[in-house]
Write a protein of this length. Sequence first.
Length: 284
Amino acid sequence: MELVVQFQVLNQSCQCLAWKPRPIVAWGAESQHVVAGYSDGTIRVFSISRTEMELKMHPHAVALTAIAYSTDGEMILSGGKDGLVAVSSPRTGMTIRVLADHKGSPITVLQCTRKQYRDFEVEGGELWLATSSDRRVSVWASDWLKDTCELLDWLSFPAPAGPEGLGSLPPSLAAFCPWEPGTLVYVGFGVQKEVLFYSLRKKQVVEKISLPYFATSLSLSPAARFMAVGFGERLLRLLSCPSRDAQDYAGHDDAVHLCRFAPSGRRLLTASHSAVLVWELTGG
């Protein structure tokens, strides 16, 4: 539990970051890398092993709000406060595509996952989603080597008029479900406080789980059927699926704005205003 590496960028705030995925073939694997998005619209790629910045790109004119690597680590997807999504190559430093489908609403989530090549009757080995703060989610199939990117589905979740006295609406968050291929999970401000499971094959919501409050953070375990949901009421809920068994945990000093399972699924990291907590999961 000690600081190993630190990178500093003067006069800019880091808004989002992502680890480069490990290559499938470990032999001769490259050094570990992190990509970070900043308030001036720039992206920086850092090498952890060499403790240096390797690349700086400027694909956005406004602050970044979300960033992700493609599943093979060959592309960087970034989303801005203006709703634009850019696809850039860390090898060349060039931005190869800009998508304006969410224009006008900040991007809150970008996530990529692998798929079978002919899944959903579209080519490409990758699915990815973009979520914006206006409760819209777009799902894409892509093959970056062939420069193809096809819209697979477009979701808009209804909501009532924003309640008075609420400074900001709860975020719109979505994630691919690790244990239900072809399904994505969504939370956000809406008619009900709930988690929605949407099937990309059936094109409909197939399951709903009620929540005590609107969620402020979400993470799904890659190793077991667990879901972590954070709330503005300083509460963390661990949900077991499909049994829906729920366990609530206090301990945060403010809204739980970040939940993240470790790749092993055995640990969960959560963060609030001035506290970062690490939880250990026991049992199945």
